[in-house]
Design a protein around this ligand. Structure first.
Ligand code: NDP
Ligand code: ZN
Length: 351
């Protein structure tokens, strides 16, 4: 089968591989729509997970089940499914402890385009199919469906990590597709004011549509100063980090009220240390809590997010700004994700 791969750090290209083999609880899926992710860009061009040779990229795809192992109960060939980016081993001790994304070791629930070939292929392998796939209803479009794989669950995880409560003033740093979903999630959780940090006009427009009440352009001056001015020196109750670098945590600590919480879903591809300013962290005593994590996968989570879309509570298709017809365009879409043109939020390739 044909796949689009990372050939080595800094180089991508097409590869020809054997189709994946199937164990008893696994499934093979033929993608019908897929999307490159900022994480694919970090993987290839920042070498964020180390070197890989001819590893098929991608972890965001919906598709049609081609085959299932004999122990798969709830799926059959022909079913339309969404497969989350994180596909844990659900019988692992880590999953039993509530951290399925770390099943088999830290971050090891992230298998696609990390420990095994990803979804930018004519066919891809799903472990633990009953636990890691969800039926995608016909009412949900392909474009919206593919936003369920990673953007929606990750953005919402930022909201969960920051533990947003009714009435909270929430700062969302980074309004690419992940941060935009954090805005939508914070609004659903009852935030009063949502301050959104970004610069690209299309992201700003969609941020407002998802519930941002104030926009902060980090290119026009310090984020701290802008937040403090908007909050009359008080700061915010919660910060969600979905963009920036190792210094962004420092900003988050500075603008957070004592007792506030930070949820980080940003993937830090560079730098050795994350900066926490000692004094603004109350010399370690400010109850400014940091939670940071990889998004949870799993069928239950997919089904809940699907229910939100079906109920009309959120429309993730607003993230999709660029559409390509034909698998051969996956390279174009990935490069677009790398170069981030002004009007881009998320590209989708339809197969
Ligand atoms: P994007 O690159 O599309 O968005 C990044 C956002 O951060 C943009 O709004 C950008 O602004 C803003 N930004 C860039 N630099 C700064 C800065 N110095 N200070 C403040 N804001 C800044 O990324 P995605 O939305 O696709 O993904 C966000 C992060 O989430 C990535 O690191 C990605 O790898 C990670 N991720 C994590 C997952 C997890 O499970 N935890 C899963 C999936 C993704 P501008 O408008 O100027 O572009
Ligand atoms: Zn992704």
């Amino acid at each position: 089968m044909k796949g689009f791969a990372m050939k080595k750090i800094g180089e991508v290209g097409w590869v020809e591989k054997e189709r994946p083999t199937l164990s008893a609880r696994d499934a093979l899926v033929r993608p019908t729509a897929l999307s490159p992710c900022t994480s694919d860009v970090h993987t290839v061009w920042a070498g964020a997970i180390g070197d890989r040779k001819d590893m098929i990229l991608g972890h965001e795809a919906i598709g049609i089940v081609e085959a299932v192992g004999p122990e798969v109960r709830d799926f059959k060939p022909g079913d339309r499914v969404v497969v989350p980016a994180i596909t844990p081993d659900w019988d692992s001790l880590e999953a039993q402890a509530g951290y399925s994304m770390h099943s088999g070791g830290m971050l090891a629930g992230w298998k696609f385009s990390n420990f095994k070939d990803g979804v930018f292929a004519e066919c891809f392998h799903v472990n633990d199919a009953d636990g890691n796939m969800a039926h995608l209803p016909e009412s949900i479009s392909d474009a919206a469906g593919v936003m369920l794989c990673d953007m929606m669950p990750t953005g919402f995880h930022g909201v969960e990590l920051a533990d947003v409560q009714f009435g909270d003033k929430v700062l969302v740093i980074g309004i690419g597709p992940v941060g935009l979903m954090s805005i939508a999630g914070a609004a659903l959780r009852g935030a009063s004011e949502i301050y959104a940090v970004g610069s690209r006009p299309n992201c700003i427009k969609v941020a407002k549509e998802y519930g941002a009440t104030h926009i902060i352009n980090y290119k026009n001056g310090s984020i701290e100063e802008q937040v403090m001015e908007l909050t009359k020196g008080k700061g915010v109750d919660r910060v969600i980090i979905a963009g920036g670098d190792v210094y962004t945590m420092s900003t988050a600590i500075k603008v957070l009220k004592p007792g506030g919480k930070i949820g980080n879903v940003n993937y830090l591809g560079e730098g050795d240390y994350v900066m926490i300013p000692r004094v603004e962290w109350g010399c370690g005593m400010a109850h400014k809590n940091i939670a940071a994590g990889l998004m949870p996968g799993g069928r239950l989570r997919m089904e809940k997010l699907i229910a939100l879309i079906e109920a009309g509570r959120i429309d993730p298709e607003k993230l999709v700004t660029h559409r390509f017809q034909g698998f051969e365009n996956v390279e174009k879409a990935l490069l677009m994700m790398k170069d981030k043109p002004e009007d881009l939020i998320k590209p989708v390739v339809f197969m």
